[in-house]
Design a protein around this ligand. Structure first.
Ligand code: SF4
Length: 302
């Protein structure tokens, strides 16, 4: 039975280091995969292409497709929503946008959050599993899923084993579990591979832009450097609100607010708050802490 080494690439430093390690070792049957959420910064897309060219490899892109889920939700709305809301809901779900992150939010009628982290699973784990790993298993391969997680990233990752048998018989392999961030960047330098340029632009992690785990300072940095990202999020808040039964969906849920509006709690007010030194209205950000990043133990999000 042939082994296939599936390496999930996020465009971040850890998964890049893991890829470099796999290439350095001459790992056979290597299959690097990038799960595109449609919510990455353009520099990350360029970085994936840069890696392909610099390393002479191909990185497969996969994307979640919610077309069938939209149809199911339309049927649900038709049969269950009050008459005065049906038209708005049906229109919002008329067709998918082709942007997985946005489609998922429209479908759920809300954005993912630090307390409802459905994004990693739906946008990264599942597409890789369904489009890459399951077909390999069906063809009789053993699948080794390389995961670029490090213990020092979070408590959740501290007790992970180096290898583990997962559902469906997939073997998780975590070769950089003990590595420090210095070792990660050292491997980049050794192979003359530039890290994703977003790290030198105030970003502590590379993933969705912004990630639901963004910190307060990071949001201030994003709004200063990439105002177009904030405008895109404002537009998405309008779109997702249309598919939300209560008519309002903000990127970050406001803590303790009895009545939520885009004007008072939308992305622009989060940006205003992110520029305050302390106090002010609190949003559901891992704002001023140095806490864990994505809770996924699979290393699909930094
Ligand atoms: S945890 Fe962050 S990077 Fe990962 S899918 Fe969710 S928003 Fe994107």
């Amino acid at each position: 039975m042939a082994f296939q080494n599936v390496i999930s690439i996020s465009g971040g430093k850890d998964s890049t280091a893991m890829l470099l390690l796999a290439l350095e070792r001459g790992t056979p049957s290597l299959l690097p995969v990038f799960a595109d959420t449609g919510h990455e910064h353009p520099q990350t897309y360029e970085y994936i292409t840069y890696l392909e060219q610099a390393l002479g490899i191909e990185i497969r892109r996969v994307k979640a497709d919610f077309t069938n889920d939209f149809e199911r939700k339309r049927n649900f709305i038709a049969n269950n929503w009050p008459d005065d809301l049906k038209e708005r809901g049906m229109k919002a779900l008329e067709k998918t946008t082709g942007i997985p992150f946005l489609d998922l939010a429209i479908l759920k009628g809300r954005f993912p959050s630090t307390k409802a982290k459905f994004c990693t699973g739906e946008l990264k784990s599942l597409p890789i599993q369904q489009q890459v790993e399951l077909p390999l298993l069906r063809d009789g391969h053993r699948v080794i899923s390389w995961q670029g997680v490090r213990k020092e990233e979070s408590l959740a990752r501290r007790n992970l084993p180096h290898s583990q048998l997962l559902d469906l018989g997939i073997i998780a392999y975590r070769p950089i579990l003990e590595w420090t961030v210095e070792e990660v960047f050292a491997l980049h330098r050794k192979h003359r591979i530039e890290p994703n340029p977003l790290y030198s632009q105030g970003m502590s992690r590379v993933g969705c832009m912004p990630c639901i785990n963004a910190r307060k300072g990071e949001m201030a940095e994003i709004s200063n450097r990439f105002p177009e990202v904030i405008e895109r999020m404002a537009e998405w808040e309008q779109i997702v609100s249309q598919g939300s039964k209560r008519g309002c969906a903000t990127f970050w849920p406001a803590r303790g607010a009895s009545e939520v509006t885009l004007e008072r709690h939308g992305i622009h007010s989060v940006v205003d708050w992110s520029r305050t030194s302390r106090g002010g209205r609190q949003f559901d950000l891992i704002a001023s802490t140095e806490g864990p990043l994505c809770s996924s133990v699979y290393g699909l999000c930094e």
